[in-house]
Ligand binder design. Sequence first.
Ligand SMILES: Cc1cc2nc3c(=O)[nH]c(=O)nc-3n(C[C@H](O)[C@H](O)[C@H](O)COP(=O)(O)OP(=O)(O)OC[C@H]3O[C@@H](n4cnc5c(N)ncnc54)[C@H](O)[C@@H]3O)c2cc1C
Length: 345
Amino acid sequence: MITESEKISKWLIENKIAYINDFNISIRSWLKAGGIIRTYITPKDEQETIKVVNFLNSEKYDYKILGNLSNIIIRDGVIFTPILNLSKLNQINQKLYIDKLELKVDAGVSIPRFANYVMKQEYSGTESLLGIPGSVGGGIYMNASCYGSGLTDYLASIKSINAKGEIIVRDKKDAKLEWRKSIYHENEDIIISAIFQFPTSQKKNIDIIKSKSEKIKFHRKKIQESDRPNLGSLFATKNLYSDIKFKSVKLFILYIFFKLMQIMINNKIYKKIDLLTFRKKINKVYRKCFQIDTDNYFSLSDKTINCLINNGSQKANDAIKTVYSIKKIVGEKIKLENIILDKIK
Ligand SMILES: Cc1cc2nc3c(=O)[nH]c(=O)nc-3n(C[C@H](O)[C@H](O)[C@H](O)COP(=O)(O)OP(=O)(O)OC[C@H]3O[C@@H](n4cnc5c(N)ncnc54)[C@H](O)[C@@H]3O)c2cc1C
């Protein structure tokens, strides 16, 4: 008997739609862990995407859209759910008006490429997005931001495909954009492109734009994990240290000590250690509070406790176990930013 995956592959071949059989997540994801996606479909344009959605719907197959795998942990083993990926929808089209620069950006364009494109047109507003490795589709879904600037700051509208295969165009105001959240968390539509508008007031000298982006890059490297595979922030919060301070007496004392030392080091009252080395040491204590052994493959970064790192394992199930055990201590109120697909079929 022909399996579901074989049936999908047969249809894709007949319809000349590109797909990868046995896509290895542990090679492609930013965490470098996870199983094998049996059918990873990469349509070439909007029409093909709609065709695939209509086919999967007509056959009543569940499916999932994934971007650059920079914010998601997917379980080990074989994933039979067909996965759509829009990396081939990667055009940026520009229209220049008297009062604005308008860009139509496909969902598969990477956020750094989009940010660079805007910078090259000598518009400011995307400099801080250079370090976010997601796709524009994934970035709108997550309402990604960094250093006070968001991907959706200059967003005007979003085009998506709903579960019935219909095209929906939403104004930014209707996208329910919140901290690391959007309407697409509720409806699971597939974002296919977006319109961004940069007013001429954002036009700046290229040297100013470059200098801003260099400063952010330098700061980012200092405070964010850059040595080990990771997915950026684990929890959707601006200050995990503060959020968990009332969870136990130990965490409270640790937080007060951390704050005091930070003030003393910043004001050069305490000079025996620099801030980075101190953070490294205190994060080690935090890891102990989270009961993460030094020999755990999945751990928290030396630079920040809000970042899961991979010390060399391909087993996403271990990563998921570690995340859930940390989550138990952190509590229900603080939501995970990294998405976990542990139940996907
Ligand atoms: C080193 C590093 C640094 C990071 N820094 C930041 C940062 O500073 N700020 C920040 O906000 N994030 C950061 N992130 C997290 C991540 O890059 C963002 O969340 C990004 O928006 C995820 O995009 P993606 O394409 O990788 O999505 P994926 O991880 O592939 O998927 C994430 C979610 O988006 C959904 N999705 C993806 N594409 C679409 C689409 N076309 N339509 C509908 N839904 C879709 C998926 O279904 C999934 O639920 C960082 C990650 C890494 C690895």
